[in-house]
Design a protein. Structure first.
Length: 132
């Protein structure tokens, strides 16, 4: 029936991974800042994935105490997507975002670090292509 087909199409679209570049960026940033690099890499182009895997190897080789401090320092980070700039073809975007960190001296104050990353569309899926 038409109703069944409509529901099936709606379910397929809503379940497809990160149709929007800002969703991909947000999912990537959350995984990356939580030091869940295997998950973060799943949102990247093959080139950036290779680079991040090398960084993960370096992290794994750190002194366990230092590694624990690095991971602990990321626990109170949050992200906010500020804006999106598409190119003319619509196959790449610049995502401007902020990382918010609680001030260690006064927990009522958030420190905001602004940055951006670039995404490209590969096989109809948005992928993080570079970090800046």
């Amino acid at each position: 029936s038409i109703c069944f087909i409509s529901i099936s199409l709606l379910a397929a679209v809503s379940c497809s991974p990160n149709n929007k570049p800002e969703e991909t960026a947000d999912s990537f940033l959350k995984a990356y800042l939580a030091t869940d690099y295997k998950q973060a890499i799943s949102y990247c182009t093959p080139q950036l994935s290779k680079y991040l895997m090398e960084s993960v190897k370096e992290l794994e080789n750190l002194d366990p105490e230092l590694k624990a401090k690095i991971i602990e320092s990321t626990t109170d980070l949050s992200t906010k997507i500020n804006s999106l700039e598409k190119n003319d073809k619509g196959d790449s975007v610049k995502i401007n975002y902020s990382i918010l960190k609680t001030n260690p001296v006064d927990s009522t104050i958030k420190v905001e670090i602004k940055n951006h990353l670039y995404l490209v569309k590969e096989n109809k899926i948005w992928k993080v292509a570079s970090l800046n």
